[in-house]
Design a protein around this ligand. Structure first.
Ligand SMILES: Nc1ncnc2c1ncn2[C@@H]1O[C@H](COP(=O)(O)OP(=O)(O)OP(=O)(O)O)[C@@H](O)[C@H]1O
Ligand SMILES: [Mg+2]
Length: 322
């Protein structure tokens, strides 16, 4: 097995006696994109600040590419590019000079800064704003500045706290493209969000944090299985079959719109059974005079998974009398 780029083991944190993180453990493989999901106040930013060395008092251990963050903070710091949830820049500096200073502090040599800063400004459509004062930037532009400073020294591990927050739709797409590009080039990415549908299309794996506990992590597919959500099939029909009794026989519920059917299979149906059902469905639809344009398994939205998880956890909590 490859050594993880990031490994958290039993990380716990209390603020003034209040437990904010409780025995958080997960690891991320090289090049992987990990979405760290949780509702407001779950402890996402606290976790990311621990990784970035901004919080130093905690229990448990964090290693970045084998370097312990507590024992060798400077070495760990050099491996990580961190975008905090709200970035503090010198308001009176220009965009260029603010980035130049931060690049210098991250150990990027002057000649590289000279090349990379305009490249990144251009990528994020900020080149025209390079001589503007930081205080005169819009919210989204400041957000992009935070991203650029995190990318500047081409870190092994990119840690972004709510990077999509406040960005317009094209900028969000651009950032997602940049994250995928970096990941393809070998950078490991951890980013937090509660915009679940965004994470869905960019993260290889997600970890769900609730009240300071990572209860589950895995690919979207793993989570679907774990949560035992019903499998849904989508059909697009140019002609509907006359008889749909075969669906009722399979125990399936059907929702019909003109030309579109959504079929919900009973819970707990395994992959082989789904395949067999699709097969029967196609045969029966054609035999009944129907004509199919498209058929497929509908992937559940991450929002649905998340809602199920939060609901189940709260129910379990209520069951314990909490
Ligand atoms: N410096 C601090 N002092 C005291 N409590 C803190 C401090 N920082 C965070 N907390 C508390 O820790 C809990 C988790 O906060 P955190 O900022 O990690 O949540 P989050 O998951 O990032 O939430 P959001 O989605 O709103 O950004 C909250 O209850 C918060 O009040
Ligand atoms: Mg936060």
């Amino acid at each position: 097995m490859t050594t993880p780029v990031l490994e958290l083991r039993g990380v716990s944190k209390t603020f003034y006696g209040q437990r904010v993180l409780s025995d958080v453990s997960f690891s991320i493989a090289p090049g992987e994109v990990f979405g760290y999901i949780g509702p407001n106040g779950a402890g996402k930013s606290t976790t990311l600040k621990i990784l970035a060395g901004l919080i130093t008092q905690y229990d448990g251990s964090v290693t970045i590419a084998g370097t312990d963050v507590k024992r060798e903070p400077a070495r760990a710091h050099a491996l990580i590019g961190f975008m905090p949830q709200s970035c503090g820049f010198h308001a009176w500096r220009t965009v260029e000079s603010a980035l130049d200073l931060l690049g210098d502090l991250s150990g990027v040599p002057a000649d590289l800064r000279k090349r990379r800063i305009p490249e990144l400004l251009e990528r994020f459509h900020l080149l025209d704003a390079r001589t503007k004062k930081v205080k005169d930037l819009s919210g989204g532009m400041t957000q992009k500045l935070g991203l650029i400073q995190a990318l500047l020294h081409e870190p092994r591990l990119l840690v972004l706290d709510e990077p999509l927050e406040g960005l317009d739709p094209p900028s969000r797409q651009l950032l997602k493209d940049v994250i995928r590009e970096r990941s393809n080039a070998g950078t490991t990415v951890l980013f937090s969000s509660h915009i679940l549908s965004d994470v869905e299309h960019v993260a290889d794996r997600v970890g769900i944090l609730n009240h300071g506990v990572v209860a589950t992590s895995g690919s979207i597919r793993d989570l679907t299985r774990m949560f035992d959500l019903p499998t849904e099939l989508e059909l697009e029909l140019s002609t509907a079959p006359a008889d749909t009794a075969y669906l009722a026989q399979a125990g399936a519920a059907i929702e019909k719109r003109p030309g579109h059917w959504r079929i919900t299979l009973p819970k707990g149906v395994d992959v082989a059974a789904v395949d067999a059902t699709i097969h029967r469905l196609v045969e029966a639809t054609l035999a009944g005079g129907g004509r199919l344009r498209r058929i497929g398994v509908a992937e559940p939205a991450l929002d649905d998974l998340f809602a199920h998880y939060i609901l189940d956890t709260n129910r379990a909590g209520a069951g314990r009398g909490n």
